[in-house]
Design a binder for this molecule. Structure first.
Ligand code: NI
Length: 179
């Protein structure tokens, strides 16, 4: 099931999410909904708080070439257990902040420990776009958005823009379709 994605600013995007006690059928169903929602958007990552659920669950698939086999990854309680000293700057975007992109500098490589869809503990070494994406999604679980890495002026401008977008969307939803 495709779930609606929250748009910044929203208090649910600023909250620290709670760990999942275990990966049960309900968590697996949520992971599947999140993957469906992410592919539909389309995006390369999604965190549970973005659909209004305050649980530490993220999904990602950084394969963007339609010719390549998809690589869906679902993680519960992901934790960065190692990060490289070497950093990398990448232009990031976010499904909760549509059409806004900005450079963010983060560790170039990370090792992430998490519970997989089967509930087993797994560790994965990630680099390139996968490292960017997993760090961005884990930030969501701590109520942090990529615009929090920007200066206050730029962040304020983006927030104002998003408020306007939300008003326009709310208005469009009220009105019956003209055609
Ligand atoms: Ni995001």
């Amino acid at each position: 099931m495709i779930r609606p994605i929250l748009i910044h600013p929203d208090p649910r995007l600023k909250k620290v999410a709670e760990p999942v006690p275990a990966v049960d059928d309900a968590v697996r169903a949520l992971m599947d909904d999140m993957l469906e929602t992410m592919y539909d958007a389309p995006g390369i990552g999604l965190a549970a708080p973005q659909i209004g659920i305050g649980r530490r669950i993220i999904v990602l698939d950084c394969i963007r070439d339609a010719e390549e086999e998809p690589q869906p990854v679902a993680m519960a309680n992901p934790e960065i257990v190692w990060a490289s000293e070497e950093t990398h700057t990448h232009e990031e975007g976010c499904l909760s902040i549509p059409d806004i992109y900005a450079d963010v500098t983060r560790p170039a490589e990370v090792k992430v420990r998490f519970l997989n869809r089967d509930g087993a503990e797994e560790e994965r070494h990630m680099e390139g776009i996968w490292a960017v994406c997993v760090q961005h999604e884990i930030d969501h679980l701590d109520g942090k958005l990529f615009i929090d890495y920007l200066g206050p002026m730029r962040r304020q401008m983006i927030t104002t823009k998003m408020k306007k977008l939300k008003r326009e969307r709310a208005k469009a939803a009220e009105k019956p379709a003209a055609e």
